[in-house]
Write a protein that binds this ligand. Structure first.
Ligand SMILES: [Zn+2]
Length: 318
């Protein structure tokens, strides 16, 4: 084809596509049995805030208190519902458009895996390669347990995504479990820890408790609530208001610190009894899935407290 002719064909194709898009926006389009409606829904709401647009203030960067962290709308956008003047109001998070179909879907994140591939918004994670003790790295334990867990869940008919540090933008699944192993730097602490985030769906306590019960019973490890940190509660995949590469708010999400690599007994458990460790996490996940149908997880929009508005700058006194 001549260059001029291909250019003409390309332009014609673009024009045809534009006409289809314009018509679809007004009338919807019929594709066999599937009718794609006009573009309405949450995006038509006057209080709709699109993905990435500001939602208020989360807090201040401890390293630079003059630099407040801003919340931003997640993929899919949200609707801000303001209350009476000076009240905080709320944020309505619409049901995700990409709810999984078919088998139940679970993500297992291997903590620190491929941290060097973190996207720009998470570049501070690139040097965070995880704990290490006597030549054993946390990431090798996390990935090994994640892969064993994935095989066990697959055998029970569950679709599994083993995820690295980089979470797909607005990730949606029936459950998300991040695996980590800790170090106290001296080899004294023992036990496992769990946490979930805030301003998320209502099923995270259930997921946490199901895994906590099965994990503690099978491994014999003590639960170590005193060392649960704000870094765990604010783990970046839970923080949809800070990062686009986060787990959608509807997806029940927890972090499990499986034990201390720095503790000889904990480390031996995770290395030498890895199938038992993985099997006990699988048991908790299966209990959660059988108690919590997909239709409940994705049954309705979430309403969470709004973020405080940015404080106005002090005005100079007259
Ligand atoms: Zn870790």
């Amino acid at each position: 084809m001549s260059r001029a002719l291909s250019a003409a064909v390309a332009i014609a194709a673009v024009l045809a596509a534009l006409v289809i898009v314009a018509n679809t926006a007004l009338t919807g389009i019929q594709l066999g049995e599937l009718k794609l409606g006009p573009i309405l829904g949450p995006a038509a709401d006057p209080n709709f805030v699109p993905a990435g647009a500001p939602l208020g203030q989360i807090g201040s960067d401890p390293d630079d208190p003059s630099d407040p962290w801003s919340a931003a709308a997640p993929p899919g956008g949200v609707i801000v519902q303001t209350a009476a003047p000076n009240a905080t109001g709320s944020i309505r998070i619409p049901i995700p458009k990409n709810i999984p179909t078919g088998p139940r879907r679970v993500a297992i994140q291997a903590g620190h895996w491929k941290s060097d591939e973190a996207p720009d918004e998470l570049r501070r994670l690139i040097p965070e390669t995880g704990a290490e003790w006597e030549g054993v790295t946390e990431v090798e334990i996390n990935l090994d347990i994640a892969q064993r867990l994935s095989v066990i869940l697959n055998s029970k008919g569950i679709a599994v995504d083993v995820l690295p540090v980089t979470i797909p933008v607005g990730y949606v699944a029936d459950a998300f479990v991040a695996l980590h192993a800790d170090s106290d730097g001296v080899g004294e602490n023992s036990g496992f820890k769990m946490a979930h985030g805030a301003r998320r769906g209502p099923y995270e306590d259930a997921l946490l408790n199901d895994i906590k019960d099965s994990y503690g019973a099978a491994t014999g490890l003590e639960y170590d609530p005193t060392h649960i940190t704000n870094q765990m509660r604010g783990y970046y995949p839970f923080s949809w208001s800070r990062f686009q590469h986060a787990v959608a708010a509807h997806t029940p999400a927890v972090i499990l610190e499986m034990g201390y690599v720095s503790n000889d007994d904990d480390r031996a458990l995770m290395l030498d009894r890895a199938d038992l460790v993985a099997g006990s996490i699988a048991d908790g996940i299966m209990k959660f899935l059988s108690d919590t149908p997909r239709s409940a997880i994705f049954g309705q929009d979430l309403v969470v407290p709004a973020f405080p508005s940015r404080p106005s700058r002090p005005s100079p006194t007259p």
